[in-house]
Structure formats: structure tokens, C-alpha cells
Design a protein around this ligand. Structure first.
Ligand SMILES: Cc1cc2nc3c(=O)[nH]c(=O)nc-3n(C[C@H](O)[C@H](O)[C@H](O)COP(=O)(O)OP(=O)(O)OC[C@H]3O[C@@H](n4cnc5c(N)ncnc54)[C@H](O)[C@@H]3O)c2cc1C
Length: 400
């Protein structure tokens, strides 16, 4: 099969062929990823959704592909720490197309956590943690949100870090932290109450005084193990502090760098919802024929396909800008806001096509329908991204 045929088989919904930008090696790795997702991950999703557990054993097959450090991804990119922006886009798209929880777990580690190290860490810290994170020998996450501060975290960090000789003593709580319970190292953001600086520490997952409680009963991303973290006099050495993070401006840079990742996850979730609706519709007969033969169903499918292509266009343009080194807040907010807003429509249309079965977990459309809600709200809610765009348009900040 040549690359055009491979891509057409992988992504029939990519009608405007944004995937043309991928290298041959990247396409081959995505083909392998698809095989692993179909053979190892897909069969266990329903069980893990019901039990609110994560398929750690099966996830190892994804790790083995080396989505962050496979040498094939670094041809002509020697010395780079990150894969190409287009491959990043499609690896997240591909994961989310199968399951947004798997994509989210991956993105918290490979996006938020890893980017925090790359942007905040010293050369020594990057050399120490970087390869271990890229190979998943160590798993990380991203601990910013707090129980009392979500959207207003910029001015609201209440977790404190107080200097004590060559150590720091951290106290506070963090909420919603994806993958925290299994993380080997947790980047924790805290305020120095004396200097008011915002700092970040690579806290070991087994640090004394650190507690992680799993948040149960979610209606979305049920496989992701979100943690409520308590930090009770957690003491870490100064060399765990990432020296290039001293203000919320530095944190914002991480957030708008990785907001593209959420855009790509949203795009993949559009595609997953469409695929599930197509599969369900083709197998469901009413009035003596497959429901996909009815005009009203085809109109829904066409609208979903339109949303997929729109989302892919935003993802792709953002990837292009980021590949050119242009990481900026407003483009990331527009892309995240639009793809996530449209995703609610795509997921709801998929659920409609599922009829009554569309609300049961035995049918995939229900999973995508629930997950769309978390994607709409995490990493900058719809409202917060709107306010960033509104400030750009009017020159007036309307946050408070
Ligand atoms: C599944 C999931 C995974 C997550 N993973 C992580 C993670 O790994 N690490 C991490 O640090 N965080 C994580 N988060 C946290 C996430 O980023 C926050 O949920 C998000 O920032 C919103 O904060 P909040 O939930 O406290 O909502 P709130 O800030 O309480 O907002 C509630 C509502 O009020 C609106 N609102 C708030 N302020 C304004 C305003 N000024 N004007 C208009 N409307 C406003 C919001 O848009 C929202 O609709 C995760 C969240 C979820 C749901």
C-alpha cells in the first residue's frame, strides 16, 4: 500500500487531506498505532469505562511504539526534544479517535508535564528527566488546579512553598490532576508567600506528606484517574525547582503551548464520534433498511463530517504556526474554543443516531458524548477562552 492509500484507509474523514504533511515514517507509525488501538485498547474500553479504571497493562503496547522517542520521528530533527507538530497533532487525533481518555492521559504526560520540564527546567534537569519521560520509564502529570481555584488560578494559587535552607516546604491542595496517583514525579505549582513568585517543583510521587485520592463518579473521561492531591509539609530539595518558572506568565506559556493538544484531542473526538455513529447506523435497520439510508440521518452525518474537517483545519493551522515557533495565546484559545464548542454538536448528533442505545455504555457513541463535556471544560473553559479572545478583540479585559 502506498502512503496515499494508507492515509485514505486511516482517515477517510480527512477529506481536505491535512495528513499529507506527515512524513512517510510518521504515517507508518500511525498505522502501527492503529493496530495496537484496535487489537489491545478497543476491546477493553467498555469494561474500564464501567469500572472507572485505566488499562495500564494494555497501554504498555502504546508505550512500546515510542510515540515520544522513536528514532524514526527524529530524522532531520536531531537534537530536538519533541516530535514534529504534525505528528503530535495526529498522534493525539488518533488516540482520541479511539478513546478521549487514553488521549488525555497521554497528553497530560507528553504535553503538559513534559512541556513544563522543557520550558521550565535547567539543562541538567532536562537531561535528567527528559529521556525517562520520553520513554515513559517515568510517568508525570501537571498539578496546577486547586479545589477553590480553577478558572481564576492565575491570581489564586494558594498552595505555598516556603524556603528552608536548601529545601522547600510545600503545603496545599490540588484538584483534578490526571494521572497523579501513578505519577513518578508531579510538577506542583506553588506560591512563595514572601516574594509572591509562582514556582514549580518536580515532587516525587512517593514524597512524604503527599496524598492522592482518586475522584470517583465522573460522567466523562471515566478511564482517566483524576486525583485530589494534598500536600502536608512536603519537603523537597531546591534542585527539584524548575528555575525558569517564576511567575504566572511562565505558567501561561505552558498552557497556551499545550492548548493545541486539547484542540487535537477535540478533533480526534469529533472523528471518533462520527466513526461510531457510522458503524452503529450501518448495523441498525428500521423500516426494513439501514438507518444510514435515510436522508435525515445522512444530513446529521454530513454535519458531523463538516465539523471534523473544520476541527482538523484549526488543528492543522495551529500545528503549522507552532512548527514555525509561533506559540501564542489567542490562536490557541480560538482553536480550543471552536473545536470544543463544535464537538458538543458532533457528539450530540452521534448520540441521536444511536437512538435509545446511544445512552448506554455498550455503544461507543455514549462514551464520546460524555467525554465531549470534559473536553469542553478542561484546559481553559469555553468562557475563559472567550474572554481571552474578547480581550484581543476589544482591548478590554472582562475577566473580573
Ligand atoms: C477531566 C478533567 C481533567 C483535568 N485535568 C487537570 C490536570 O491534569 N491538571 C490540572 O491542573 N487541572 C486539570 N483540570 C482542571 C481544569 O483545568 C479546570 O476544571 C478548569 O480550569 C475549570 O476550573 P473549575 O472546574 O474549577 O471551574 P470554575 O473555575 O469554578 O468555573 C465554573 C464555571 O464558571 C465559569 N467562569 C469562571 N470564571 C468566569 C468568568 N470570569 N466569566 C465567565 N464565566 C466564568 C467557567 O467558565 C465555568 O463555566 C481537569 C479538569 C477536568 C474536568
Amino acid at each position: 500500500m502506498n502512503r496515499t492509500e494508507k492515509l485514505a484507509k486511516l482517515y477517510p474523514e480527512d477529506i481536505l487531506r491535512y495528513s499529507d504533511q506527515l512524513t512517510d515514517k510518521e504515517v507508518d507509525l500511525l498505522v502501527e498505532l492503529r493496530k495496537v488501538l484496535e487489537e489491545k485498547i478497543e476491546p477493553v474500553l467498555e469494561e474500564h469505562w464501567k469500572n472507572e479504571t485505566f488499562p495500564f497493562d494494555e497501554f504498555k503496547s502504546i508505550v512500546d511504539l515510542g510515540l515520544m522517542d522513536n528514532p524514526d520521528l527524529f530524522i532531520n530533527r536531531e537534537g530536538e526534544h519533541k516530535v514534529s507538530e504534525y505528528f503530535n497533532m495526529y498522534r493525539l487525533y488518533e488516540l482520541a479517535r479511539t478513546d478521549p481518555s487514553i488521549a488525555t492521559f497521554f497528553a497530560v504526560h507528553a504535553g503538559l508535564g513534559y512541556t513544563t520540564l522543557l520550558l521550565g527546567g535547567s539543562e541538567e534537569q532536562i537531561a535528567h528527566y527528559g529521556p525517562k519521560l520520553a520513554s515513559f520509564e517515568m510517568q508525570t502529570c501537571f498539578a496546577l488546579t486547586e479545589p477553590e481555584h480553577g478558572s481564576d488560578i492565575a491570581g489564586g494559587i494558594s498552595t505555598t512553598a516556603i524556603r528552608d535552607g536548601d529545601s522547600w516546604v510545600i503545603n496545599g491542595e490540588k484538584r483534578w490532576i490526571g494521572g497523579a496517583g501513578t505519577a513518578d514525579v508531579i510538577p506542583v505549582f506553588a506560591k512563595n508567600p514572601e516574594t509572591k513568585e509562582i514556582l514549580c517543583f518536580m515532587v516525587p510521587g512517593d514524597a512524604e506528606g503527599l496524598g492522592v485520592e482518586k475522584i470517583d463518579g465522573k460522567i466523562a473521561l471515566r478511564l482517566v484517574q483524576n486525583g485530589h492531591i494534598t500536600l502536608d509539609n512536603v519537603t523537597v530539595k531546591d534542585d527539584t525547582r524548575l528555575p525558569n518558572i517564576t511567575s504566572f506568565k511562565d505558567v501561561s506559556k505552558i498552557l497556551y503551548t499545550t492548548r493545541g493538544d486539547v484542540t487535537h484531542i477535540a478533533s480526534g473526538t469529533h472523528a471518533g464520534a462520527l466513526k461510531s455513529a457510522l458503524e452503529y447506523g450501518a448495523a441498525r435497520d428500521q423500516f426494513g433498511r439501514s438507518i444510514t439510508q435515510f436522508q435525515l440521518i445522512q444530513e446529521k452525518l454530513a454535519r458531523m463530517e463538516g465539523n471534523v474537517v473544520t476541527a482538523l483545519g484549526l488543528s492543522h493551522r495551529l500545528a503549522t504556526l507552532q512548527a514555525a515557533g509561533e506559540f501564542a495565546e489567542v490562536p490557541a484559545s480560538i482553536a480550543k474554543m471552536q473545536t470544543a464548542r463544535l464537538l458538543r454538536e458532533t457528539a450530540a448528533l452521534a448520540r441521536e443516531i444511536g437512538g435509545g442505545n446511544g445512552i448506554t455504555v455498550e455503544h461507543k457513541v455514549a462514551r464520546f458524548f460524555g467525554d465531549a463535556e470534559a473536553i469542553y471544560s478542561y484546559e481553559g473553559t469555553h468562557e475563559i477562552n472567550s474572554l481571552i479572545i474578547g480581550r484581543y478583540l476589544t482591548g478590554k479585559s472582562a475577566f473580573v
